[in-house]
Ligand binder design. Structure first.
Ligand code: KIV
Ligand code: NA
Length: 267
């Protein structure tokens, strides 16, 4: 399709196909992902960590998300761009959430929003969807609640956890969510949730039975340093590519090898 839309993600689910999502926060990377054929791009509030250097996702503001999101939208010719509602921009009421979602559509031209949290946000989803903004729900581990959840840990383990997660996901679907994203959920639980839902699912650390998969690009391309979560597969080692290139540049500038005659202009 010339533009991936919610209907195409639904078609993937209906036809038993999978689709891919990556985060992006800027024009250049979003353009590469789009040209590589990715179906969906997430402007995640993980920009707080991965772009801004914060320790958590909590400090990023709606105004900051709008800068990142509008940059990504300008690059995405085919991908559907979904933008996170950041911490503090929706919790107080469906009206607060809908006003924030409308700002993301109006000021950044995103195609959909994503919101962390379970069935307590059903009314939010109803109001946003009625206003014309498709909503992706995000359950399982929700980083904005890490101080309540007790850190980064798998959610939905233990007796009747699957049943409870199916109940939550179904409530979000019934409220109008076009897709349900699950983070750090046992693979078997995520499989059962996907099976119970009519709408597509996306997983991160949730096994391979979800309709779609998402990863943070700095993780999957190896730009970020430090310990990777278990669910990350590193497809490249950009950190060493960039480190080695910059080391060469610094050496060549110091030695005078760069710039060479061909990099200069004749009089
Ligand atoms: O902000 C983000 O990157 C996310 C994904 C990890 C799902 O929400
Ligand atoms: Na997020």
């Amino acid at each position: 399709p010339s533009r991936y839309r919610t209907v195409h993600l639904q078609q993937a689910k209906d036809e038993g196909r999978h689709f891919a999502m990556l985060t992006a926060y800027d024009f250049q990377m979003a353009q590469i992902f789009d040209q590589a054929g990715i179906e969906t791009i997430l402007v995640g509030d993980s920009a707080a960590n991965n772009v801004m250097g914060h320790a958590t996702t909590l400090p990023i503001t709606l105004d900051e998300m709008i800068v990142f999101a509008s940059s990504v939208v300008r690059a995405a010719q085919h991908a559907m761009v979904v933008c996170d509602l950041p911490f503090g921009s929706y919790e107080l009421s469906p009206e607060q959430g809908t006003a924030s979602a409308i700002r993301l559509v109006k000021e950044a031209s995103v195609h959909a929003v994503k919101m962390e949290g379970g069935s307590r946000y059903a009314e939010h989803i109803r109001m946003m969807t009625a206003a014309g903004v498709p909503v992706m729900a995000h359950i399982g581990f929700t980083p904005q609640s890490e101080n309540v959840l007790g850190g980064y840990r798998v959610q939905g383990r233990g007796d009747d956890a699957a049943a409870r997660m199916i109940q939550e996901a179904t409530a979000l679907q019934d409220a109008g969510a076009f897709c349900v994203l699950m983070e750090m959920v046992p693979s078997e639980v995520a499989r059962q949730v996907d099976e119970a839902l009519r709408v597509p699912t996306i997983g991160i650390g949730a096994g391979n039975a979800t309709t779609g998969q998402v990863l943070v690009w700095q993780d999957m391309l190896g730009l970020r340093s430090g310990k990777m979560p278990r669910f990350v597969k590193q497809y490249a080692d950009l950190r060493s590519v960039v480190h080695d290139a910059v080391t060469s540049y610094v050496q060549e500038v110091r030695s005078g090898a760069f710039p060479a005659p061909e990099h200069g202009f004749e009089s």
